[in-house]
Design a protein around this ligand. Sequence first.
Ligand code: NAD
Ligand code: MN
Length: 358
Amino acid sequence: SRHYRIAVIPGDGIGKEVVPEGLRALEAVSKRFGCTFAFDQFAFASCDYFLEHGVMMPDDWKDQIGGHDAIFFGAVGWPESVPDHVSLWGSLIQFRREFDQYVNLRPVKLMPGVPSPLAGREPGDIDFYVVRENTEGEYSSIGGRIFPGTEREVVVQETVMTRVGVDRILKFAFELAQRREKKHLTSATKSNGIAITMPYWDERVEDMARAYPDVRWDKYHIDILTAHFVQHPDWFDVVVASNLFGDILSDLGPACAGTIGIAPAANINPERDFPSLFEPVHGSAPDIAGQGIANPVGQIWSAALMLDHLGERQAASAIVAAIETVLAQPRLRTRDLGGPLGTVDCGAAIAQALLEAR
Ligand code: NAD
Ligand code: MN
């Protein structure tokens, strides 16, 4: 059915200001494309909740949101009253782990009206996805320290790759590439220097590629790949990477496309055993919270990623197109992009563009 139950978690700071604009875009989508939504609001996973209850989330949080079709998330963090590691580990990291959201997906797309720090690049030149493995690889807790504090001190941390873990992220990336026009996949590697795990990664890519003969693929070592992001962003379509390399590329990519202030992100469990989570890349922005000036585009764009995941591909493209229509007009931009509008007016303009487009 085309009815979706969405767990809405605004979180902290500007999360509470931009999430309603994401919902406004989804309401407009509902009118135009006929799918329907039930939005269930949750106050936990916020620092306000922590200050009242002493924990970021209730014991039964998994029961409360685990049955929803997706989680629409704002931002968490209020460092003035709760340390960031407490707010982050008590919420987002729990979602990622418990809901096995092993794909971190970020579109990198240069939008009209957003100046690229890369000279001479126009909208259309930069349009790709970074697919980051989100659960294993370099971010393991296997290792240790011996002879601490002495000259004989030794520190070791292992990289862990499992066949299941590598194959499932590659499968997601190849399938994404297959759905795209260019059907091109790039793998981030370092098999010339990291001589056990990265050659294994390469081997799995080669093996997986056989199942997707229509996808053209290549690989680059991570060092030169970062240079290519800056010098040849037009080369890329879908870029897949292990946890650490993906972490770096998923910040570098959006930065090449202008600003992380409008960038969206998805944490996905492709099997749909658990809900996936959609959020802007930015945080709670305490410095501008409460002023009604936050740019809602990152949140609205993350609604498009959510629709894509739910199978509402047309509606997802329509949201991205509406964002492009609005950003192309200087008078419809928010202040961070040199425009005059506040959060609500910019969100309303995007919803309006969604309803008017045919
Ligand atoms: P931030 O993204 O909140 O802000 C960085 C800068 O960008 C600020 O100057 C802010 O005003 C500006 N900015 C961010 N989003 C904007 C928007 N939509 N429109 C206009 N300007 C925008 O990062 P930070 O200041 O490092 O972190 C603040 C808090 O957010 C911390 O508690 C941090 O832990 C948290 N955080 C949460 C997430 C998340 O929920 N996924 C991500 C990053 C940071
Ligand atoms: Mn990061």
